[in-house]
Ligand binder design. Sequence first.
Ligand SMILES: [Fe+2]
Length: 433
Amino acid sequence: MRAEYSRGGPQNEQFVALGSESWLQEDRPQVLGRSRGAAAEKEHLSSDLASGPGAAERTAPYVWHVKDGGHEAPPEIRAAVQRAWRPPYFVRGAVNIREANESSKFWFSRRKGSVLAHADTYCIPAVSLQITGRKHWRLMPPPAASVTDRPDSHDGGIYGTGRWQPAWEATVSEGEAIVFFPNIYHETYVPEEGNPECTVATTFQIQLPVPVRYLRAFLPTHVLSHLYSDGHGRELWHSYATLRPPHKVRPTLDEAAIEAQVSELLAAVDLDGDGQLSLQELEGYLAAQTEPVMQMQAQTAGASESERTTPTPPWPRWFFTEDYFYDWRPPAEPHGVRREMEGELLKYRAADTLAYLDTEGPDGLVSRAELLASLRQWHAVHWWLAEIEQAEASLQRSGGRSQDELRLVEGRFMEKYSAGRASQVRRSENHEL
Ligand SMILES: [Fe+2]
């Protein structure tokens, strides 16, 4: 398993054997650079919980990435652990059970074990289930980002920037779990008090349902985050606003064009003509889509030859990216577990789409105004993103010496979509457009 916060090398190995006793019996201090260490000293929650000399010291935990295989978990070991691993009761359905099982890893912490604030790279919710001992958590939503000053989502990168302002705090005890959404910043600490020498937690992900209201509320922030630049947020969340597969709608600021899209969608989805979209109508519309997801996968960098050529179900019933599970791939035949997954994905896509769009009330129905508001936000944010990406590309070509162009693009966006209060309001208040 991996020794977190170590520099590597013979004195401070980056990897240790699970069977070795050294990691279990000795505290290992966190090895951090001077500036990161000083910032963590002040801002990590261990400093808040400190009482008495040495109380704020932090030790470095260990994590066993069973999911990644390799030398950390050779195939037979990984298969044996995954066979024995049981999901908690709230993880239901073929997609979630497979995802949870495939993505599981184990955290081992001695007392004072600490993880510095960071946001994970996953675009789906994560769960940490405490198997033994208790762990303190502090969490916060993603801080507002500026195009020229994006938050550092890596371990401890947010300390010392004035942005680490935890919004929630929790203690997770044995048998309890904490669930957090993509781009939620979090840090942990295993206190001495009330804990055994070594505590164990397992963490994993679930795919469904998608936390769509949170994604929408923070859309301008998410698009500037690692979930868009390094992850698949763009593909995964496109259809909740547009009701079309990824890349099928181009962002525009043309009001008439957006109004026309709303009219087109209402005509196609609102079969009873009452001017509102119900869950049943949304599910019926999605179920009737015939475009195979394969075409999207072919556009995704990294899609293999077989993924490009194997027939896949229509897009509302399938995964949008080629890496939806670590290794496991559903069988090609459209029955058994694959049929079960197809049904789950369609059902959840309809319910999640309704939750994304139904913001006023919410009353379980989507009005024309709600559909329009959602599309306007999607178009404005993605138009802005396209402008930023264009400006960044031209900056790169010119050697990246001036960021004025980026600031101009952002300034225009903020003036228009923060109701002209861009210079007066704090960026953190501008999540909702
Ligand atoms: Fe994490």
